[in-house]
Design a protein around this ligand. Structure first.
Ligand SMILES: *Cc1c(COP(=O)(O)O)cnc(C)c1O
Length: 401
């Protein structure tokens, strides 16, 4: 029997919607790409995007910036985090998260990971007490949301301010509260591989007037903050405008124009992602040795990627599965490899941070596979991909037995 092969691309996103292309062309025809370069009576695409995103997540204030990493860095700076400060964060996340902490010359303190791939709340409570950190930069890595009610109880009790990294949870929620709205600040990315695509870009939301005023000045507002539509009253800026440096990282009208139609489409896109996710999940259930992460009823997630655990598997076996799948066109990333490949770097790869040991995270990542699900895939593709993974896992398990 010939083996089925998948020929799609795991890095191919959908085209930018026509309405967004038209809006982008209109901005280019106007020549007014800088967010503060607006004609009489014109709000500008960036200010409108901020207003619409604030409404979407139910936040008082929103700022559009150059990247998700920039949003996190601005949030940390606005909270006064700097040299000598420790910041708690997930041991399992992507490189821009510890990078944002390093960018303000603070020190990351990594927290363990659960089998659900969320932050380990017991370890968080312990490190909140022992580390001296005043801020948690919480990453909803790969779209998995921890028990946010419990997390906020722990952080409130310990006096920890929470910044949420929602790069993988834009559009998600915990018990109906949008992801990014439990902590003081929520940060999102609109980089190509996230849930809206402007190439690069980020959004920051908060209800805290002073934090937002500082973030706006940080982003490079040249005292033009009065042009914002989702910013605090102008008198808030009086307190911060001379003491806050300009660390330019604004979004421009071109990218905002591309994003506004995508924001309107986001709920429909989420439904499509979740249909792909459920199809892969269905195809993989009851595969011996392989576990899909259980999704709690309280969590509204976006299945833009899927994770598989093979607890206790030997490194050469998991490598054989990755190689077998790759030979049939299915691109899996293994978070347990000795050397990081693409986005699979881990806490022990980030050697600018002091050496730390997270045995539970090590054990989980040793058996963790990850796969992207771009919307260019059909549900038929999803079924075929699951069949290939299932085959390859079985083949390796049977030679191992
Ligand atoms: C992509 C990503 C970010 C932000 O990335 P930028 O490329 O700076 O927009 C933050 N956290 C996680 C987990 C990410 O995957």
């Amino acid at each position: 029997m010939t083996k089925s092969i998948f020929t799609g691309s795991f890095t191919q996103q959908e085209p930018i919607p026509e309405a967004a292309i038209e809006a982008a062309v209109a901005v280019m025809r106007s020549g007014r790409l800088h967010r503060y370069n607006t004609a009489q009576g014109e709000a500008g695409e960036t200010a409108l995007l901020e207003q619409e995103f604030a409404t979407y997540v139910g936040a008082k204030y929103c700022l559009a910036v150059a990247s998700g990493g920039y949003a996190m860095g601005a949030a940390l700076r606005a909270l006064g985090v700097g040299p000598g400060h420790k910041v708690l964060s997930n041991g399992f996340t992507l490189a821009p998260v510890p990078g944002a902490i390093a960018a303000v010359s603070a020190t990351p303190v990594f927290v363990e990971t659960t089998e659900s791939l969320t932050i380990d709340l017991a370890d968080l409570a312990a490190k909140a007490a022992s580390s001296g950190a005043e801020v948690l930069l919480l990453s909803h890595m790969r779209g998995h949301i921890c028990d946010m009610d419990r997390l906020m109880e722990i952080c409130d009790a310990a006096g920890l301010t929470v910044i949420e990294d929602c790069a993988h949870t834009m559009g998600g929620a915990w018990r109906g509260v949008p992801s990014g709205r439990h902590g003081l600040v929520g940060c999102y990315s609109t980089q190509t591989y996230k849930h809206m695509n402007s190439g690069e870009g980020g959004l920051l939301v908060t209800d805290d007037a002073e934090v937002m005023a500082k973030a706006v000045v940080l982003s490079g507002s040249y005292m033009l903050y009065g042009k914002h539509l989702a910013s605090p009253p102008v008198n808030t800026f009086e307190k911060v405008k001379y003491a806050t440096p300009n660390v330019s990282g604004r979004m421009d009208n071109l990218r905002a124009a591309i994003l506004r139609p995508q924001l309107a489409d986001l709920p429909a896109q989420i439904a499509r992602w979740n249909a792909l996710y459920r199809r892969v999940e269905d195809g993989l259930c009851n595969t011996p040795g392989l576990r899909i992460i259980e999704r709690p009823a309280e969590e509204s997630f976006i299945g833009s990627s899927i994770q598989m655990r093979l607890p206790g598997i030997a490194p050469d076996h998991i490598q054989a599965i990755v190689a077998g799948c790759a030979s049939r066109g299915v691109e899996l990333k293994w978070f347990g490899a000795a050397e990081p490949v693409a986005f699979t770097s881990r806490y022990d790869s980030w050697r600018y941070a002091p050496e730390q040991h997270l045995p539970k995270t090590d054990r989980i990542l040793a058996g963790l596979l990850d796969m992207r699900l771009p919307l260019t895939f059909s549900t038929g593709d999803a079924a075929l991909i699951a069949e290939i993974i299932r085959d390859e896992v079985r083949a390796v398990q049977s030679t191992a037995a």
